[in-house]
Design a protein around this ligand. Structure first.
Ligand code: HEM
Length: 184
């Protein structure tokens, strides 16, 4: 059940239809992405701060908020540059981000609405700054790939932990999940 970030990236690109045109548009707007990254970070952390549970997580450790702002800005800009043309380095970085969130105990219920905030805010900004609608669509697609990485990390890490602790086979584990879901 161990995920290969590189093939996962390829699969997600196809699944969300991130095209070569999307990539070149994102690259051509990477300076704009850099310019607005700080405003996007403000929206993002205002949003997290309005939720008591997420606010508490962010304030749990000294200096965390500051670090988070910096890493968000970098993450946001990487969506435009694609790092290595959305290749292995991009996939490894996204996988790592997923693992960090699992370690902290941030689950789908936190991450999905948070990514929706990013998509929504960047969409508004595309309009205000007179950028093409195709840019908003490309950004939505790459955000969905990044979201898939974080969500999949949660599933992969939980499953791997259960298998390690119990010694169950993957087949048995899947059957138990199915039986559990049927019983609900
Ligand atoms: C759109 C979804 C999200 C994105 C793109 C994102 C992005 C990031 C990035 C890039 C990092 C740095 C990872 C590293 O150190 O390698 C990070 C860490 C972290 N994120 Fe998120 N995040 C998201 C959602 C959330 C949510 C919903 C929370 C809830 C409070 C959260 C809290 C944290 C915390 C606490 C850390 C670790 C900070 C530290 O102590 O260094 N994130 N995030």
């Amino acid at each position: 059940m161990s995920l290969d970030p590189h093939s996962f990236m390829e699969k997600m690109e196809k699944r969300v239809c991130l095209t070569a045109e999307d990539k070149s548009l994102l690259k051509s707007e990477s300076n704009w992405g850099k310019e607005i990254a700080s405003d996007m970070a403000d929206h993002f952390y205002d949003y997290l701060g309005r939720d008591p549970e997420m606010d508490a997580i962010m304030k749990e450790k000294e200096g965390r908020m500051h670090r988070l702002r910096e890493t968000f800005i970098q993450w946001f800009h990487e969506m435009f540059t694609g790092m290595d043309d959305w290749g292995d380095a991009y996939a490894d970085r996204r996988w790592r981000i997923g693992l960090v969130h699992v370690q902290i105990g941030i689950g789908p219920q936190h991450v999905v609405p948070a990514m929706a905030t990013v998509v929504n805010e960047v969409g508004k900004r595309v309009k205000v700054d007179g950028k093409p609608e195709a840019l908003r669509d490309a950004l939505s697609r790459i955000c969905m790939i990044d979201l898939a990485f974080i969500e999949q990390a949660y599933v992969e890490v939980s499953s791997a932990a259960v298998l390690r602790e119990t010694g169950w086979t993957e087949g048995l584990f899947r059957r138990l999940i199915k039986t559990g879901a049927d019983a609900m």
